[in-house]
Design a protein around this ligand. Sequence first.
Ligand SMILES: Nc1ncnc2c1ncn2[C@@H]1O[C@H](COP(=O)(O)OP(=O)(O)OP(=O)(O)O)[C@@H](O)[C@H]1O
Ligand SMILES: [Mg+2]
Length: 264
Amino acid sequence: MIHTNGSPTATETPVVIDVNGLSVYYSEKQALKGISAKIHDNKVTTLIGPSGCGKSTFLRTLNRMNDRIPGFRIEGDIKISGKNPYGKGTDLLALRRNVGMVFQKPNPFPMTIYENIALGPKMHYGIKGKQLDDAVEQALREAALWEEVKDDYKKKNGLNLSGGQQQRLCIARMLAVRPEIILMDEPCSALDPISTAKVEELIKQLAGDHTLLVVTHNLQQAERISDYTAFFMFGELVEHGHSATIFGEPSHQSTQDYVSGRFG
Ligand SMILES: Nc1ncnc2c1ncn2[C@@H]1O[C@H](COP(=O)(O)OP(=O)(O)OP(=O)(O)O)[C@@H](O)[C@H]1O
Ligand SMILES: [Mg+2]
């Protein structure tokens, strides 16, 4: 179901992700049912909804993180920056360069902080030396981790950071590749309030020149950080619009029930 309530008007930023009639299956199990959504450039969209409703499936389908799951298949149409990520001849490396992702559980590589971040720019852009050092430092600064690690980031293993620092390291690693679109699946769920505030601040800063899709179970967070909100339930996109509308006067009873904490 798609409803026009709060839907974007002609004055809004261009559509960068255009999904039409997307259904996703894991073998017999249908995880997404005919999702259509237009995601606007340089804005934050939060995905909310009860556990198991398909939020992670939606995100992971966009940058083909589900490809290796046996029985995974899709129907419908996806366009990201005008291209079908499932089209013949899709360059996966280019897709991942354009669409970065951060997961719920921080997953640093077992190597130094510096190496964690340097890997991406080296692989995607072939940079090295001073240029690479600068890219690493810039990403650490953007992820608000620089001050905490600047003395030992070339020696310290990424796994020896705290959970909140590891998540910011993973954000820095993703930023260093300079994606235009950023997918975040519950990026703050393992973080304390201070680290959460840092990540929220970062999301707001990135929104100026990135398109962000952020899954969260924290409704206050969704309201704080997002321009748009998409409410999923049982694999359907029930309602999608301006966050003020979704949280203030949604069209659907189920949205109303969810955002007012009556279920989920
Ligand atoms: N690898 C998989 N194989 C089979 N079924 C899966 C797989 N991953 C997810 N599913 C099913 O697809 C549905 C949607 O799952 P998904 O992880 O997208 O939900 P979610 O909204 O992210 O939930 P949560 O809020 O708990 O993270 C669920 O019914 C889930 O059991
Ligand atoms: Mg999930």
